[in-house]
Design a protein around this ligand. Sequence first.
Ligand code: AMP
Length: 479
Amino acid sequence: MCDEKELYVEETPWDKLKEECGVIGVYAPGQKDIARLVYFGLHSLQHRGQESAGIASNKNGKIQYYKEMGLVQEVFNDEIIERLQGDISIGHVRYSTTGESYVANAMPLVVYHKGGSLALAHNGNLVNAKEIRDELQDNGVIFQTSIDSEVIASLIARFSRNQCIEEAIVDTAKIIRGAYALVITFGDKLIGVRDPNGIRPLCIGKLDNGYVLASESCAFSVMGAEFVRDVEAGEMVVIENNQITSTRYDNQAKKAACTFEYVYFSRPDSVVDGKNVYLARRNAGIILAKEHPVDADLVIAVPDSGTVAAIGYSQESGIPFGEGLIKNRYVGRTFIQPDQRMRELSVKLKLNVLKENIKGKRIIMVDDSIVRGTTSGKIVNMLKEAGAKEVHIRVSSPPVMNSCYFGIDTPSSRHLIAANHTSEEIGKIVGADSLGYLSVEGLIEAIGLPEDELCAACFNGQYPMEVPKTGNKYVFEKE
Ligand code: AMP
């Protein structure tokens, strides 16, 4: 009857769906204003996603929520926070790199099923969401968003028709593959789940009369929470009756925590899987100075992501650290559309050279990572225009050679400069006098966790699970 083509609306390919997110959950029955606590926590996680923010509060199993595009402080005001009364509250910040940026895709996701209302916040990316979604759609299930997180919510809702929520989550975890740090509220429970590889972080904090779950421990101090521990890979924690119970739902769980959290993504004041991010970055700078020494007058950082490693580099090399680039802190990612032209402009919008410190000097410029090479090229140019005699780039992570399928915004390999050029070539392309990357071994040593507990796939291609084979090909053809 209908022409199928007319009805077909093209969706973003699932292998292009890359989201960076932060999640929070607060359990504090009887305590007033817990949505405000979540709001404060979300502020501390703003670096994990600047595109949309949301909070869902649960009062006696009934869930009210508010989510909108924008930064946390743009989305919420006093009146909205006041309306979100409850005993349990969860929150989410999100940044997507696809065109799929509209409020329906913001989180928390709230779904209503036979057993009641459930709110879910997800950080990470699934690698088999498309297959599951296709199968569910073949069976008549409808979806309101284009995010993989809705697949999780849908499966939990299905499985909880005839079993308790914990069993429904465990059954869901048997089907989904990929990275997921989940915070869920249902009934009188706050639940946290970390995938069997523990790729994305999730930790537990203690309030005077309650508990907090958060992507990063940096959220705890503003919330008045004490760090308790990380949720383990393959663990589900259920908080109810003011107690935590833990279930290891996957006996095969094999930790593969994301190294890029330490390189770039997490805040330096967070402790992720027992390792402080600041110390990991400073160690990376120290090891980088040993691996790639060079004679120079001044070590500068690309602020803020390169600052800690630059301090480490200076400490080890004995070359003084100083400011060479001043960052405009008010230019957010929100206003910078992810296309190449804007990316190039954004470097100048964000950074300006402090000529007085640079002129006539041999500079070592430390950055945390080179992805496409846009930032480095622009900065070297700016430094040379300001009169730098030499610019030596030192990168406190290894060459990014492979796309991430687990929630870090890395483009397909066609756009990764290190996937297509040697370090020497990259140095020439960006106009540097020399360029040195930290080795993979150096990065692992800097973090201080056993190699077999880390995922360094973006650097070494060793993914902790099978990833979509067609992924890069499709992206390659489309981009
Ligand atoms: P590029 O210009 O593509 O080489 O990007 C490198 C710069 O982007 C570095 O200064 C990094 O600090 C920063 N960066 C690295 N990874 C990401 C990411 N996932 N999202 C946003 N910025 C990033």
